[in-house]
Design a protein around this ligand. Structure first.
Ligand code: FMN
Length: 186
């Protein structure tokens, strides 16, 4: 059986990045549990051709590779920094280049980071409806993390770790036959 593919995309241009740290953290735990083939990208990996692309065919090879990995993933982790209460414009532009049917029924873990807690519901009010348009399966637990959940760009709060555990449990239903870590322990 083919190894299921997990792709994470962090909508930040910063390195280091809390969003990238969060997406990578969740991807690591999910992969340990299910043995996914995992790739994680950020907006620097997408590169400069995105800004000038009106259509997907306008992307250079570097950006096309990332879009192609996203649409071919068996599980996506979307991470967005919060900008003015929503996702950054260029991150939305990346998603705009994807055809609606390409994310249909795809399981997606939605996550975001922000400076504080004021915009914690951006995962519910911005990211979930965006992927609702695509008719994706956004998982029930959405993860929002603020500055105080990180130390040196590493996930450090117990509360955040508990929410990550919740969403990790929710992916089991989609991958009932890919749990190498669990079956080894049984
Ligand atoms: C242009 C801009 C707008 C921002 N707007 C918000 C905001 O509305 N709410 C918030 O909580 N944080 C806001 N922030 C803070 C970032 O969301 C926060 O620092 C985020 O974790 C950065 O992610 P990164 O480290 O992955 O780049 C803003 C930051 C920038 C640069």
């Amino acid at each position: 059986m083919a190894v299921p593919r997990l792709v994470g995309i962090a909508g930040s241009f910063n390195r280091p990045s809390k969003t990238l740290a969060l997406v990578s953290h969740i991807a690591r735990i999910a992969s340990d549990r299910h043995g996914f083939a995992t790739k994680v990208y950020d907006m620097l990996d997408v590169g400069p051709s995105l800004g000038e692309a009106t259509w997907r065919k306008d992307l250079d090879e570097q950006a096309e590779t990332v879009v192609s990995e996203i649409v071919n993933a068996d599980l996506l982790i979307i991470g967005s920094p919060t900008y003015k209460g929503s996702y950054p414009g260029l991150f939305k532009h990346l998603i705009d280049l994807i055809e609606p049917h390409e994310l249909r029924a795809k399981p997606i873990i939605i996550t975001a980071t922000g400076g504080g807690d004021r915009h914690a519901l951006m995962v519910e009010h911005q990211l979930r409806p965006l992927f609702g348009f695509f008719m994706s399966h956004t998982l029930p637990t959405a993860i929002y993390a603020s500055d105080r959940d990180f130390v040196d760009y590493t996930v450090s709060s117990e509360q955040l770790s508990r929410r990550v555990d919740e969403v990790i449990g929710e992916i089991d239903a989609f991958f009932p036959h890919s749990r190498p870590a669990l079956s080894a322990a049984e």
